[in-house]
Design a protein around this ligand. Sequence first.
Ligand SMILES: [Zn+2]
Length: 232
Amino acid sequence: MWYVLNFILGAIFGSFLNVILFRSVEGLKINDPPRSFCLNCKVSIKWYDNIPILSYILLGGKCRNCKTKIPIRYFLVELLIAFSFTFHSLLFAKFECILLNIFIFSTVVVAYVDFKIMMIPDFSWWLLWIVSVLDLFRDTRFWYLRFVSLFIVLSIFLILKKIYVEGLGEGDIYLITPIAFILNLPLSIYHLLLSSILALIFSLVNKKKIVPFGPFISISGYVLYVFMLKYF
Ligand SMILES: [Zn+2]
């Protein structure tokens, strides 16, 4: 029952995430207009055509009104969140599952929006602070070290920012602080290394000078958090 609930909740949150992603990138307000609409014919989408995962399949990936193709990304994001919530519920206890669900939600927001428009929405790192506080209840050992971890990572990061002013934005700092608090020492140091290496490889492969750092911070943070909950 818990797995099924996670799949359904994942699909609903995935659908909500689509709204956030689209509206963040387009610079629209999250709650205005209140209803979702077709990008082509602007007709607002009825509730029965807005059921996560199912509606996309039933409509054959097309708008009911104008038959324009709905980008497959909507369907994929819903599936991704539904499957990751289910994965968390299968592998972890309930409390840990909830923490990971919040973390992956924030990760997808950062990965998508920062890649698209080089901007990290504020609420994505606020979500990580929620995980940070809740994680203190999960594991009370070495709680004081979390502050040391935060201090060390922040110091290294500020030094890096002084050297490479262009690449690192303020959003990256807001993003890495709660993750340093969650992962604690020594994982937070590995996290900084892993995200830097991934960003470096990406910039070499794509021959780009300025690469958004946020997606790499988020994704490697999520992977290490899964690892930490499983083995620490
Ligand atoms: Zn339409």
